[in-house]
Structures are given as C-alpha cells and as structure tokens.
Design a protein around this ligand. Sequence first.
Ligand code: FAD
Length: 305
Amino acid sequence: MFRSLFLAAAGSSHLERLVESVPVSKAVVRRFVAGRSADDALRVSRELADDGLAVSLDHLGEDTRTMEQAAAVRDEYVAVLRRLRDAGLTPAAEVSVKLSALGQQIDDKAAYEHAHAICAAATEAGTSVTLDAEDHTTTDATLETLVELRRDFPSTGAVLQAYLRRTEGDCRELATAGSRVRLCKGAYAEPESVAFQSALDVDKSYVRCLNILMSGEGYPMVATHDPRLIAIAEDRARWFDRSTGEYEFQLLYGVRPEEQARLAAGGHTVRIYLPYGEQWYGYLMRRLAERPANVAFLARAVTSK
Ligand code: FAD
C-alpha cells in the first residue's frame, strides 16, 4: 500500500511540481544523488574510488519526450565517459543507461543508435554500459536491444528483475560466458499477472535466479541491500567456487553505506550506482517507496529548511 502510493507518485507531474517547489532538493541530492552536474558526478566518483568502490553512473532522465532530448542524453553520456577516462576513473567506473531516456518509446531504432554511440564511447574509454531495466512493458524490447548491442559490444550489461515471473527463464538465457547480468528485485509497480506481489515470493525468486547466475558461466552483479540475500550470494559464490573477481555486489548511492564498506573491506568488488542530473524526482520516489524511514528523512529535510 505504502509502496504503491509512492510508485504512483513517481508518475505524477502535479506532485512533482509540488515537491520541486519545496526547497528540499539539496538534502535529497546529498543523500541519494551525486548532484545536478557532471562535475558533481566526477567528484563523488573520485571520492568513492578513493574508498575502494567502483561506480556505475546514471544520468537521471526518464522523461524524454522528443528525439532532441534523447540526443542530448546521448551527448551527456558520451561527454561524461570521456571525462571519466581523462580523470583516470575507468575502467572501474561504468555507466547505466535507461533506453526510455534515449527515446525508446518514441523511435526505438534511433534509441538503439544512441545506445550504440554510448557503448562505442564506453569502449573508447575502456569501460562498459549496463542497460537498466524499466517497467515490464519494456522488458522484451530492452533485451532485444541488448542482444543487438552485444554483437558489437559483448560486455554490455543486462539487468533482470526478480519480481517478474519470467526472470528465471531470462537468467537461464543470459547465464552465458562473458555475460554481465545485474540481478535486482525490481522497483516498479507491476500487476500480479506478470510479477510476484509478496516480499517473500520476490525473495524466493531472487534466490532461484541467483542460483542460476552463480552456477552459470556469466558474471553476476548482485544488486541488493537485503542482508539475507547478500549472505546467500556470498554463500553461493563459495559453493560455486567463484573467486571475488568473478561476480560483484552493487548497491545504490546513499543506501547502507556501512555495508558497502564492509563488503569492500572483505575483498569483494563493490559497485555503487550513482545517479546525477536534474531529473531526480522519479528516482527519489522509487527510493522512498522502498523504505518508510526514507519518508521521515524527507520530512526532516523539508521541515529543517
Ligand atoms: P529491500 O527488501 O527493498 O531492502 C532490503 C533492506 O535494504 C531494507 O530493509 C533497508 O535496510 C535497505 N534499503 C533498501 N532500499 C533502501 C532505500 N531506498 N533507502 C534506504 N534503505 C534501503 N530496479 C529496477 O527496476 N531496475 C534497475 O535497473 C535497477 N537497478 C538497480 C541497481 C542497483 C545497483 C541496485 C542496488 C538496485 C537497482 N534497482 C533497480 C532497484 C531494485 O530493484 C530495488 O528496488 C532496490 O534495490 C531495493 O531492493 P533491495 O534488494 O535492496 O531489497
């Protein structure tokens, strides 16, 4: 109920204007987002690198309505990849891209070309791209784009969402040699016809998917903050004889930083998903939906202004 409320709010432009009118953005930016500019993204990437953490930079923007906006998103990624390389932050830093931000809903061929250009820039910078997963109506199109991109850029990462009933099958398809696969629970409001609804069913699906990925030939990227699932992933890595370079943990910037440090200190590769940019609203609402305590955090930020 709480979760659906905030996920519905993520799509409300009326509420977005209301939230934006509150001078809260600074506190929010500090907790979950690197900042509004590429300079902020580079500065925080450097700080995280100094702490032994890798990053996946996400330029926030899922509100692309024109192909001009889509081209601007492409240009932003290409530019930030060059800056990451020049700053010596690659290969540890990669980027995460939402195809919707590249215009997938408007012109999927052009969105593919933009994604291709970003992958080419990533290759030049000595790093890779991961295609974020969005709501279930886009899953087929995104996985098809992934297959096409991997022909030229085999290291392009996929994201699979354990809450979708189809995902075990997708894990089987993608657990192949060299295949980078991020496994997350899933962050959108999805109907029962396509997605498990209870937390327990989602967790069980996550473990089944983890078993497939860890026992397969690909490179699992375990994206969760859930202590039980992290412990199970550590166990499965041992069970399937994977060394620490043969999988990684991924966590969101600002979420469980003490766990990020603990995993890195234990010798694991830990990648922090680091968003930056002006369009923080939808991202923030999904983070609020995940944890009631975050609402208290937001409320404190508003009232302290
Ligand atoms: P939960 O059961 O939600 O949380 C477990 C515990 O983690 C909580 O009890 C709490 O202690 C802590 N926690 C979790 N979330 C928060 C938070 N927001 N603030 C504070 N504490 C929190 N989803 C997609 O749909 N597509 C994607 O492409 C995608 N990419 C992701 C990339 C990364 C690196 C990560 C970590 C997540 C990504 N997600 C994505 C989001 C994911 O689907 C979940 O919505 C999110 O990670 C919360 O699920 P959880 O596994 O952490 O478990």
